[in-house]
Design a protein around this ligand. Structure first.
Ligand code: F3S
Length: 697
């Protein structure tokens, strides 16, 4: 007897996923672990999971604290609310979740929600919950015909509902409203299994359907076999097979519902082989769909889905049909993020799947680090369908393709692009421009860069200076942008430069005679004599390199490319109020700045200095100034005269000391001042003569 296994048989994507999530929960989550209702419609599998610790319960009430696994059928929002204090592992099949979202959206937008399905099926009960339990549920033509006319009807379907019957029901519903919205929620997995049974039924004279007696999709497979007029038997496990069924049978088919695990199918096939009396499976011609399951000794044929035999796959995008091809780049919305894959709604009946490795160029332990639910992303179509009918997508390749287009465009248009630094490598930095780009160390800044590590994580402004797509090579430069900007600023500054303008500049370099100040691409000289009203020994005593200061343009020589700057002109001139502050006869403390044969120069404040003539140093005859004072000494001085116009003040040490002595003798102040003024007049004259000649000293 030849045994042929249907091209699509056994656990669907949603059930496999739910089993895997439950098994992980048993290992990692708080115990006990429950499911509300059996995890799958397969008693053998339920028993196996029970032995591992998964406890099916009828309802939420009475659960002890622990973990609850939501099975692939999903549940209503009410149940989720009741479970808010539990650790919940939501294994709702993404297709079912899509139907739930559609029911909710229709309800919120004022549509009368109609669910096509079996009203007692847990998935339909849950779906109704998402429509606030106000949906009309139709499973028969009579029920559909009985619906009253409504302004707006929104239709969702039980994911495992029969497609043909669905089409009939939908045509009736179209007559019930002028505004019909339909969310196509019937799952391909069911259809693929049903189509595979129809195909198989014409090749065999007995069909064994493997699956739980409570499984509606398994029952449907049974019915399809019956419609073909062949002998059909349903079994839950190998022990249910009866030898007599196979007498005189030459070709036997095996089909299995979407909740039947691979190991049960393998056991059934093995037992049938024993019945057939044939020793080797290879003689049996058993055919197993690649990727679905591969029992020992089975021939594994390369089976393609009907869609994969074509290059083009039809997708329903909204109301219109759109074709997608391998290599297309589409926009999609992230609807679910699992540990090893991300599901994306690209508008088709089945969500696309992005395997973890196809998410990004950058390594990431968790897909959550790369995308979030609700993100709109671009995806590249790798395959039109996997074994479960889902398009297989790659975000990484879409990003790469887009990145190259962006880079080429940027190069073509000489445009700036921004990219974060992701790695420091020998001789430069790697930046993420959708692909890895290289920025040589010499092209990062206008000057030398000491520590490349400082750039990690920073976003650079870049220009593409070299690219070779065939070698996956992109060289970029930030310096190119900075140079351009510098030259542009320089030209603008030169064009606008006028004497008397004030600039905020940056001290670039200090010298003994002054400082070079960058006033926008142009370096002007601020001579030390123009820095302050006071005397400055060295520019570094008043400013540092890198400091920002205000300067005024004193002169522009465009021919020589020279600009002279001043700073003190922007500061208050202490001489403007010197006569109010330094009243003749008053005494101040001053610092001896310089000494000369004719006296000592004493600083009263920065920018104001006066002369103590040698004759005013002491009451006695003074041969040398340095006999009385020394540079740096702080001495009392009396103001003898103030000449604002020539910025001269004459001072007296002798009188300051005399006044202090007289004060101690309680001499009337008025008399002292009179004497001081007279002396001031005499010395002012002499001081003027001396100061006129001081440059020669
Ligand atoms: Fe999901 Fe379809 Fe299976 S809806 S649970 S993949 S039959």
């Amino acid at each position: 007897m030849r045994i042929i296994v249907a091209k699509y048989a056994g656990c669907c994507f949603g059930v496999k996923r739910a089993i895997s999530m439950a098994e992980k929960a048993l290992l990692k989550n708080p115990l006990p672990v429950y499911t509300i209702g059996p995890l799958v419609h397969n008693p053998q599998l339920v028993q196996k999971l029970f032995e591992k610790g998964l406890i099916p319960v009828e309802c939420v009430s009475g659960l002890q604290k622990g973990t609850v696994v939501i099975r692939s059928h999903g549940v209503s929002p009410d149940i989720l609310e009741k479970l808010k204090d539990y650790c919940v592992v939501d294994a709702t099949c993404p297709h079912v979740a899509k139907a739930q979202r559609a029911a909710k959206e229709f309800q919120e937008q004022g549509y009368q929600v109609v669910i096509i399905g079996d009203r007692n099926h847990p998935e339909v009960v849950g779906l109704n919950g998402w429509a606030h339990n106000q949906a009309i549920i139709v499973g028969t033509l009579i029920e559909a015909s009985g619906i009253k006319h409504a302004d707006k009807i929104g239709v969702v379907a039980q994911t495992t509902f029969d497609q043909l019957k669905y089409n009939h029901l939908l045509s009736i519903l179209k007559e019930k409203t002028t505004d019909l919205r339909v969310s196509k929620t019937i799952c391909d997995a069911t259809q693929l299994r049903q189509a595979a049974v129809r195909e198989l039924a014409v090749q065999v004279d007995i069909l064994i359907v493997v699956g739980g007696f409570q499984s509606s999709n398994t029952q449907k497979l049974y019915a399809i076999g019956k419609e073909a007029g062949i002998d059909v038997y349903q079994v839950e496990q190998a022990e249910d097979l009866v030898l007599a069924w196979f007498s005189n049978k030459k070709r036997a088919g095996v089909a299995a519902g979407a909740s039947t695990p691979d190991w049960i199918i393998e056991e059934v096939v093995r037992k049938m082989n024993e019945f057939s009396g044939e020793k080797q499976l290879e003689d049996s011609g058993m055919t197993v769909a690649a990727g679905e399951f591969a029992p020992e000794n089975a021939d594994v044929h390369e089976n393609k889905t009907p869609a994969e035999d074509k290059d083009v796959h039809e997708f329903n995008l909204g109301e219109s049909m759109k074709s997608i091809r391998k290599g297309d780049i589409l926009k999609g919305t992230v609807i679910q993020i699992n540990t090893d894959e991300v599901l994306v709604d690209i508008g088709g009946k089945s969500e696309g799947v992005i395997p973890l490795g196809e998410l990004s160029n950058r390594p990431a332990a968790e897909p959550h680090q790369l995308v979030r639910i609700g993100d709109t992303i671009e995806v590249y179509v790798l395959r039109l369908e996997n074994e479960e009918g889902h398009p297989v997508l790659s975000k990484k390749r879409a990003d790469r393709k887009n990145a190259w287009e962006k880079i080429e465009d940027a190069r073509h248009k000489n445009m700036e692009i921004n990219a974060p630094v992701v790695e420091v490598v020998k001789g430069g930095l790697l930046v993420d421009v959708g692909i890895n780009g290289f920025v040589p160390a010499s092209l990062i800044e206008r000057g030398y860069v000491e520590n490349l590590e400082n750039y990690l994580g920073k976003v650079l402004r870049l220009k593409v200076i070299e690219l070779d797509r065939s070698k996956n090579k992109v060289i970029l430069s930030q310096k190119a942008i900075l140079d351009e900007e510098y030259e542009r600023r320089k030209a603008d500054t030169w064009n606008a430069l006028e004497k008397g303008q004030v600039y905020r500049g940056q001290v670039r370099r200090l010298t003994n005679f002054g400082a070079f100040i960058d006033i926008g691409g142009v370096d002007g000289l601020l001579h030390v004599s123009e820095m302050s009203w006071g005397r400055i020994d060295h520019p570094r005593s008043v400013m540092t390199e890198g400091q920002e200061i205000d300067v005024i343009v004193l002169g522009v020589d465009r021919g020589a490319g020279k600009v002279s700057l001043g700073r003190k002109q922007l500061l208050a001139n202490p001489w403007s109020t010197a006569d109010e502050k330094y009243i003749v006869g008053s005494i101040f403390q001053g610092k001896v700045l310089r000494i000369a044969p004719f006296g000592a120069f004493v600083e009263l404040e920065s920018g104001i200095e006066g002369l103590v003539h040698i004759s005013q140093l002491a009451d006695r005859h003074v041969a040398k100034t340095e006999d009385v004072v020394s540079v740096g000494q702080i001495i009392p001085v009396k103001v003898l005269s103030v000449d604002l116009e020539n910025q001269r003040i004459s001072l007296s040490l002798r009188e300051a000391i005399g006044s202090q002595n007289q004060e101690t003798k309680d001499e009337p102040d008025e008399a002292i001042e009179t004497k001081q003024v007279k002396l001031g007049d005499i010395f002012a004259k002499e001081l003027g003569e001396l100061m006129d000649g001081k440059d020669e000293d």
